[in-house]
Design a protein around this ligand. Structure first.
Ligand code: AMX
Length: 396
């Protein structure tokens, strides 16, 4: 970069931007994805609607290598992920034992953070790319084990990675009473939709910040998942389903009144609004459509459809809300429940399972690609001291 280009002013910070959670501050460059305020999410330039039905492995390839794989590359990459999914036997045994001993009252996300930490202690190589791809390949087994053990469904089921990432995940979950074909269809789309969302969202930002101090991939992803755990971020999909249940009816006018009352009471209208988007999230639209295919008669899905119309109406009437439209979480929980995953406490773990791949790809870029391979420097934004006039302790 020329010296003139390096000194080009990119943006201005005004006082009113302080303490707004870094909104509008471009903190990094990113190669994997973009959130366009009007058009929504793109992965490496492709709109998410074009990618929703791809093999999840193809989307992972895209985020890691910045191009869609051809048939041969995809087949080779699937074989590579299947090979990476195999955790060495002794480590696997110990990992599952550790997971089996976690406290039942811990949230599934707390289990996931612990699972990542255990997996790191047992299997990390210290190479960001190796560890990143290994985590992507192994997370389905870790998450399936968390689900089975914590839900009391029985012992973890052996992994068959050659089935494919989400096919194997559904097989390892062994969800009692679920239609495996429907759940697989849903999980394949759910995974692709949730993989990445630009570089500035809380969990991704945190993961990359931690990695910038040269913490390893597993620790960085663990920190990222702690960010995702928050109810305003990843846990919104759990809260959203509970919010729909709380509405208690499918009658449009009663739902509208319910939303008005919740908003007036200062509570969140879950599944609506966004920090960057200024239109309906295309990922919401894709899932409303998928619901028509998978569970059109499910009463909770139908309630989510009514909410789509009435919550927007109520939020639009409140000018402080910058985006009154559905976000990715508005309907995802109803689809998961209709396909057999009834317990909303686990939904953020499913989000995290997918999001680890995007964050891992971004960490690989920041550590190994940016600044001609030197990597992004350790994160150190500045701050402005307030009410801290310099003074001294009086002696004597
Ligand atoms: N319900 C209630 N209040 C809302 C709201 C909503 N859905 N969306 C925005 N607001 C409020 C904000 O709290 C803020 O109020 P304040 O000025 O009194 O603090 C005001 O409207 C302006 O907010 P904004 O600039 O439009 O949004 P934001 O960037 O501050 O917040 C978000 C974005 C997502 C946290 C917010 O829309 C929200 O709380 N939505 C409900 C929770 C949710 O669905 N989260 C999922 C987001 C997607 C994800 O990360 N998984």
């Amino acid at each position: 970069m020329s010296e003139t280009a390096a000194k080009k002013v990119l943006f201005e910070i005004t006082e009113d931007l302080l303490d707004t959670g870094l909104r509008g501050f471009p903190v990094s460059t990113v190669y994997t994805s973009e959130v366009d305020p009007g058009e929504g999410l793109h992965y490496v330039g492709y709109p998410i609607a074009d990618l929703a039905d791809l093999d999840p492995e193809a989307a992972i390839f895209l985020l890691f290598y910045k191009k869609l794989p051809n048939k041969r590359e995809l087949a080779r990459f699937k074989r590579e992920l299947a090979r990476r999914a195999k955790i060495p036997t002794a480590d696997r045994r110990q990992l599952l034992k550790l997971i089996s001993n976690l406290p039942e009252k811990g949230h599934p996300m707390e289990w996931m953070i612990a699972g990542l930490s255990f997996a790191g202690m047992l299997t990390k190589t210290g190479d960001y790319r190796e560890d990143g791809l290994n985590v992507v390949a192994r997370m389905p087994e870790i998450v399936a084990a968390i689900y089975r053990v914590r839900s009391g469904w029985g012992r973890p089921i052996a992994s068959k990675p050659r089935l494919g990432l989400m096919e194997n995940f559904v097989q390892m979950m062994g969800v009692p009473g679920a239609d495996a074909a429907k759940l697989t269809r849903l999980m394949r789309v759910f995974y692709v939709l949730h993989m990445d969302h630009g570089g500035g969202n809380l969990s991704t930002f945190v993961g990359k910040a931690v990695a910038s101090g040269k913490s390893d991939m597993y620790a960085s992803l663990g920190a990222a998942m702690a960010g995702l755990y928050g109810p305003l971020h990843g846990r919104a999909n759990q809260e959203c389903l509970e919010f729909l249940e709380k509405a208690g009816t499918n009658d449009p006018d009663t739902i509208e009144q319910f939303v008005k009352d919740e908003f007036a009471a200062g509570r969140s209208i879950f599944g609506f609004g966004h920090a960057v988007l200024r239109a309906e999230d295309p990922r919401a639209g894709i899932q409303y459509e998928l619901g028509k295919e998978l569970c059109p008669n499910d009463p909770l899905y139908q309630r989510a459809v009514v909410m789509r119309e009435r919550a927007v109406k109520v939020l639009k009437a409140n000018p402080k809300v910058k985006n009154p439209y559905p976000n990715v979480d508005a309907v995802s929980g109803t689809l998961l429940r209709a396909c057999g995953l009834a317990d909303s406490e686990y939904y953020t773990v499913l989000f995290g399972l997918a999001r680890c791949s995007g964050i891992a790809a971004q960490i690989v870029d920041e550590r190994l690609v940016h600044r001609n391979g030197k990597g992004v420097a350790i994160y150190r934004p500045s701050d402005i001291p307030v009410n801290q006039t310099h003074r001294r302790l009086k002696k004597g």
